[in-house]
Design a protein around this ligand. Sequence first.
Ligand code: PEP
Ligand code: MG
Length: 891
Amino acid sequence: STAIFHFERGCAYGTKEMKDLLGSKGSGLAEMALLGLNVPAGFTISAACNERFAARGSTYVQSELWPDVLEAVSSLERTAKRTVFRSGCSLVGRAPLLLSVRSGAAASMPGMMDTVLNLGLSDACVAACVEAGFDERWVYDSYRRLLAMFGDVVEGIPKMDFEVALSQARSANEVRFDSELPAEALKKLCDEYKDIYVKHGKTFEQDPMNQLSKSILAVFSSWNNPRAVEYRDINRLSGLLGTAVNVQQMVFGNFNDNSGSGVCFSRNPADGTDKVYGEFLQKAQGEDVVSGVRTPMMISDLAGTQASAAEELNEVCKELEKDYKDMMDIEWTIEDGNLYILQCRVGKRTGTAAVRIATEMAAEGIITRDEALMQVNAKQIEQVLHPVFVIDETSAEYSGKIVAKGKPASPGAAVGAICFSAKEAKEMKAKGTPVILVREETCADDIGGMFAAEGILTARGGMTSHAAVVARGWGKPCVSGCGDIVFKNDREIRFGSSDKTFRSGNVISINGTTGEVLNASFPVAPSTIETFLPLKTFMQWVDQKRGIEIRANADTPEDADAAIRNGASGIGLVRTEHMFFSTTDRVHAIREFIMAQDETSSTIALEKLEKYHYEDFRGILKAAAGRKVTVRLIDPPLHEFLPSEKQLREGGAQEMSRYIGKSTHDIMEIAENMREHNPMLGLRGCRLGILRPSMSKMQVRAFAQAAIDLTSEGFPVTPSIMVPLVSTVDEFHNQRDLVWGVMKELAKENQQPPIRMEIGAMIETPRCALIAGDLARAGASFFSFGTNDLTQMTYGFSRDDSDAFIKPYIAKGLLRDDPFVTLDPVAVAELMDIAIHRARDIRNDIEVGVCGEHGGDPASLRTIDALDVDYASCSPSRVLVARLAAAQAAC
Ligand code: PEP
Ligand code: MG
């Protein structure tokens, strides 16, 4: 059946491939059992059962599933050689079989769903254990944990109530940690916990098998609790069956001083160093480690106290890495000196760590180079560019601002206003204020606020605490376990011995790479990537693998420079009209041109624009250092240049009038005459260049002159020009002749032969795609697909107005993706394919590229790679991602 899957050391009815059905935890347990690792025996109730529960409700569990569960428990009793306590039983020297019940879906959702430990204890069982001579501290410690977890997960009693009682017990007994509470105190605590049940109108379920059925129901229900739904939303996890439930024999990290629980990564998840990395808490159960209740000790200290377990753990890590071909995140418990492995999954890691681990594992022969390329995802490669402080971190100005130090849980620099709750963080972020979420420790309920924050700072918890794991997954800076934070109340903190108070709204900086907290608002900037050696190796492999070139879209010399530093092999699109947006003077100059009614005023405006163009083209050509630079002639949807009618009426016309020497009345009138109903299909693209050739001529002049000057100064250049939004061959002819004309003029002026200038066409309309062969025949040297417009015109979806229906379409299942984000692999791709074939039939080696936004989107790059194109061009910040995605498409 697809319901229940047993596992015990050496034998299992599942494998790591069965994640969808068994969940990550269940499939990992089966895999580890098969590998012969010391896994406590148990069984997994599959995620398919969660789906059935969701459809049919609790009767499914109680009637259909239950007989199978009973049988599975009996079988577990035989394996464990222990029995679940039943009243009337006596325990002669043998502990009862206690169970852990844990959720576990196919995708990791750290701390999102529920767990019940020590299940099977009851008043009678506890009494029998004590009578049989078991250590009372252990018995009552386990019982109070069950009471609290079951109360929280199954009965919905606020966790806080139990925590308050626990912390009162600590104060009453004058101890700092739970593990120091004596048996007597724990016994009293159990009674108090039961009173808490009563206070909430509940009684604790005394029958172990009822405890089990209720826990299973609770775990199934937890799949759809709000925080789990929010987590799946944020992380875009969809299409999962639900969560599986893992029922397992308990092993006890809280058994004695020779016991404990830990979490480790087979390599360092922050920087990727090849050394087991993790934390350990003595005399504790697993939940204590992940929740960050006590700040744990480092795994390197384990060898001192538990030498053989430490060594075994190292071997387990190596074995699991070989088996999974990846870096692993492992939970384990030592019970009286014996190591048990409770969970393994592929470890979350920072981008830096991902790149290092992939390259090193390939070098070690654990994985192939292709596997290494597939191991790093787009997000991670972007994270390599994580932000850093602009200020020198060794300077006195920097160190003088350090107010506290915690653990460097997730690298990167972040600045923001302090927020003490997830709610506040979300609200402030929504208002546009960057925030740092400051918490004692985080829990699953904080997820939305953590996501909203620039960075996360916690007072407690280590490198594997909830805050650390989640932040690393997102690549968000995080400092955890910052013991210097003193909470004065829930709206004020101070740091260490300083008496300066920090309130919500005060700005601080955190450095997730070093763990420092700073009383400062330092500017942050993306880090440079040149210095990280493994990235160099990795990107070399990437470039060897990929079949298409990656160029960048850049409108300024700075963008071009950044693009080339990120490895772009050219500038695939310079949107010349964007070059007029950057300063007020430029905006006025272009408006002056648009409004010009006669030759003279038009020429005056163009002279201003030419100066701007010349300087920028020079800068871009220089940054490209000989690589191809493709400048697109102006493509102005006119509405992007003119103020709206309302803006004009409310002072805009007066302001324009001051700059361009026309009366406000004239300005209003000209603007009115030019106003279009459908600007995206109006006087844009080459249409404007054809009707007002002086504009195109000026652009060609500025660009070609910049190329000529740089060449004579000894800088290599490869300039090319493309004509936007072509729909007919004659349009292309018109602009091609214009370019040639200017080139000849310039040759004469400069008294030298014309420089080489390729002229191509953008394919942005369906008609253009169909006539690509004719255009190739007409002398187009290359084609570049403007997939933004091609998508707009293929679907008939306005780029400007489609938000109103695309999101609802996706929600209704009428569209899978936004076609402006993910290139339509069906019709738009077919149009492209037709165009490419027709063009290549005329000239087989004609260069073809893509320069729409899709060029930086990994999913679109798979479609693009499958077409016979030479390059994709994307924004400078996406170049690294696009290079990787292109390589992955070729794997
Ligand atoms: C396109 O349409 O894909 C394109 C690159 O041009 P723009 O986005 O500037 O219209
Ligand atoms: Mg376009």
